[in-house]
Design a binder for this molecule. Structure first.
Ligand code: PLP
Length: 215
């Protein structure tokens, strides 16, 4: 499926008018597809798998800002630490410590978002409010100078019921507002409009722009 350039331009316009950042989710999509969007000016891309990301990054321009949005195992952090721009999926202190350690090794700061569990589904990863507060406290005590905690990320339930989705985003926005953070990553192809209405400032959109994924 080809990149939907018209749709992309429309979305960019829409997001600019609300000051929302677009992460173009390119998992399973080719280097050529990514390059097409890059040539239209897109610089923020999101990937879900470590090996896929490192392979693609090697063949693409160095000014791309790569976002890691898939589940991340601590032992894989070292592969993306040299270049990743923002890790959206921090769901444990162990992972955060490893990110800080690898950032030190690479002499850089790696910004992170805490992934919050907001959906009803058991399968979705993320922290509850208590775990969130524990990590925030520990983060201050442990002085992890090379990991930045800059925001939160959440995924709403996979449902047609827009009110359920809206309430989950609203809950996350309320949590986000309790802390002095910059980035609220919520909203995907199916629900980004609701997410923006509920206060998101970063959306992660894949299939609307790149076409459906073959899986
Ligand atoms: C795949 C993915 C997206 C993009 O999903 P689309 O429905 O294709 O927009 C966004 N966020 C996460 C965490 C994803 O895994």
């Amino acid at each position: 499926m080809p990149v939907n350039k018209e749709r992309y331009q429309e979305i960019v316009k829409e997001l600019n008018s609300t000051n929302t950042k677009l992460v173009a989710v390119s998992k399973t999509k080719s280097v050529e597809d990514i390059k097409e969007l890059y040539d239209l000016g897109q610089r923020d891309f999101g990937e879900n798998y470590v090996q896929e990301l490192t392979e693609k990054a090697e063949h693409l321009p160095k000014d791309i800002r790569w976002h890691f949005i898939g589940h991340l195992q601590s032992n894989k952090v070292k592969f993306i630490a040299p270049f990743v721009n923002l890790i959206h999926v921090v769901d444990s202190l162990k992972l955060l410590k490893e990110i800080n350690k690898q950032a030190v090794k690479n002499n850089r700061v790696i910004d992170c978002l805490l992934q919050i569990h907001i959906a009803k589904e058991e399968t979705k990863f993320g922290l509850d409010e208590k775990e969130l507060n524990e990590i925030m406290n520990q983060f201050e005590n442990l002085k992890m100078n090379n990991a930045g905690l800059t925001g939160m990320m959440g995924m709403a339930s996979f449902t047609e019921n827009r009110e359920v989705v809206r309430n989950e985003f609203r809950y996350l926005k309320a949590l986000f507002d309790k802390h002095e953070l910059r980035t609220l990553s919520m909203g995907m192809s199916s629900d980004y409009k609701i997410a923006i209405e509920e206060g998101s400032n970063m959306v992660r959109i894949g299939s609307l722009i790149f076409g459906e994924r073959a899986n």
